[in-house]
Design a protein around this ligand. Structure first.
Ligand code: SF4
Length: 457
């Protein structure tokens, strides 16, 4: 039996008993390594400790033995592994329920900011969710400041729907993470929070909202755009899925109508849903791009709960392209495992079979990345996850990423496959990649028919 959920203290006690000379910090480091090996190999902690060679008594030798077992691919390449392994505790009550029936659960409580009380959205959603309790609040900001932002409350986020009147936060340049090549993209946050459960979602650690937040005043956002910037690429998929709540808001159609008058700018909806009724209800506009994140179906099954299947996403892209929209695809994050290349080559093939190459505005590629804090959250929320069994190391931007050689191999292969079938007008970009990876890829692509641009993740 593996013991991934065995408390850290219990594991550390076993280590202290086997290696009495180790102090607290060393027991902690070795404890995490042993625990990760136990989870990855589905093996018992006691067995892993027993298999440490009898002569291995000093801390560096024990750690080296365990590093080779935890990171067999990096060890085989001869990579120097200088990771520090922190302590952790997994609380079994923090695991998110993946058994719910509805992909997009109805709220149990609706909170309406008083400035949004008379809005069309508030009135419609009160009617639609008549069994939910409703409370008028004077200020969302003040109300939410009293809420706890912990894992249990994040797990319950779809219970509470906040309908707000957003006064200030309309359009803004993508801040881009430190250490990555800046992208020049702009964001408009037409919602905060997402009902899907992607194990790697950065919102798990980013969110400071006690529920799902939807602004009622789209008109103010559109008005703000008039005095914002011309000629920009802007999208609504940073803090929520762009289309998952479109049945509730009906915003997609209104955005298309608005941006039809601003042809120098391009608006992108980014989604893992197939909720395209609003987009198909009106004429397409050439400066609207509908983007899907793609992964092989087995990755979707185990890492992207409640999202549309690969076939549903490609079918939705096909219908949007047939309707006249340009489409985009995001291979982000690419999740590495042995045999990853055959699975992703197949997705690339299916993507080009689903839509005409001329209708693809851009395609991005980015490999899995996360902060250390995010790793702890994933361990708690998705205790049976597989993505953390991979060999992740601290990269130059401080995030955990696959080894540089692995990332380069992924990006080179993906871009080669995309180059083969994409037309020259399709932009191909790297998502949130570090400067060093960017430079290598850029040098390799001198003379390519596709322009490589910095990416937004
Ligand atoms: S679809 Fe995007 S926003 Fe929603 S859970 Fe997945 S990664 Fe997060």
């Amino acid at each position: 039996m593996n013991e991934p959920l065995l408390g850290m203290i219990s594991i550390q006690k076993k280590i202290a008993s086997r290696f009495p000379a180790f102090g607290t910090n060393k027991c902690q480091e070795i404890g995490r390594l042993v625990s990760e090996i136990s989870k990855r190999e589905d093996g018992a902690v006691d067995g892993i400790l027993t298999q440490i060679p009898v002569g291995c008594k000093a801390y560096p030798a024990v750690k080296d033995h365990l590093l080779k077992r935890r990171f067999p691919e990096a060890s085989a390449r001869g990579d120097k592994i200088s990771e520090v392994f922190s302590s952790f505790e997994i609380d079994a009550t923090h695991a998110v329920s993946l058994m719910r029936l509805s992909k997009v659960p109805a709220p149990k409580r609706i909170f309406i900011e008083s400035a949004a009380e008379g809005s069309e959205l508030a009135m419609r959603l009160r009617q639609k969710f008549a069994s939910a309790t409703t409370q008028i609040i004077s200020s969302y900001k003040e109300f939410s400041s009293r809420s706890a932002f912990d894992i249990p409350s994040y797990n319950r986020r779809t219970d509470d729907l906040y309908i707000v009147h957003e006064k200030h936060d309309h359009f803004k340049a993508c801040p881009c993470s430190p250490g990555v090549v800046p992208c020049g993209y702009h964001n408009v946050n037409l919602g905060f929070g997402c009902p899907f459960e992607c194990s790697y979602c950065f919102l798990q650690n980013y969110t400071n909202a006690p529920g799902i937040v939807l602004p009622a005043n789209l008109d103010d956002f559109l008005e703000a755009f008039k005095s914002y910037k011309p000629n920009i690429r802007v999208g609504s998929g940073e803090t929520t899925d762009s289309l998952v709540y479109d049945d509730l808001t009906g915003y997609a159609a209104r955005i298309v109508e608005f941006f039809r008058s601003y042809p120098q700018s391009t608006f992108e909806f980014k989604t893992k849903s197939d909720n395209i009724h609003g987009l198909l209800s009106i004429d397409a506009s050439p400066n609207i791009v509908v983007g899907w994140s793609l992964n092989p179906q087995d990755i979707i099954d185990r890492e992207e709960y409640f999202t549309a299947s690969l076939a549903q996403r490609l079918d939705a892209a096909h219908r949007c392209a047939a309707h006249g929209y340009r489409v985009a695809f995001h291979f982000d994050p690419v999740v590495y495992s042995p045999g990853w290349d055959a699975a992703y080559a197949d997705v690339v093939e299916r993507m080009f079979n689903a839509v005409p190459a001329q209708s693809i505005a851009w395609i991005s590629v980015g490999t899995l990345r996360m902060t250390r804090q995010q790793k702890k959250t994933i361990e708690n929320r998705f205790p049976k996850n597989k993505i953390l069994d991979a060999e992740l190391f601290t990269a130059e931007d401080g995030k955990l990423r696959y080894a540089k050689d692995v990332r380069l191999d992924i990006i080179e292969k993906m871009i080669t496959w995309l180059d083969e079938r994409a037309v020259s007008s399709t932009l191909i970009y790297l998502c949130m990649e570090t400067e060093s990876i960017w430079k290598v890829i850029q040098d390799q692509r001198q003379g390519s028919k596709h322009r490589l641009i910095p990416g937004n993740g």
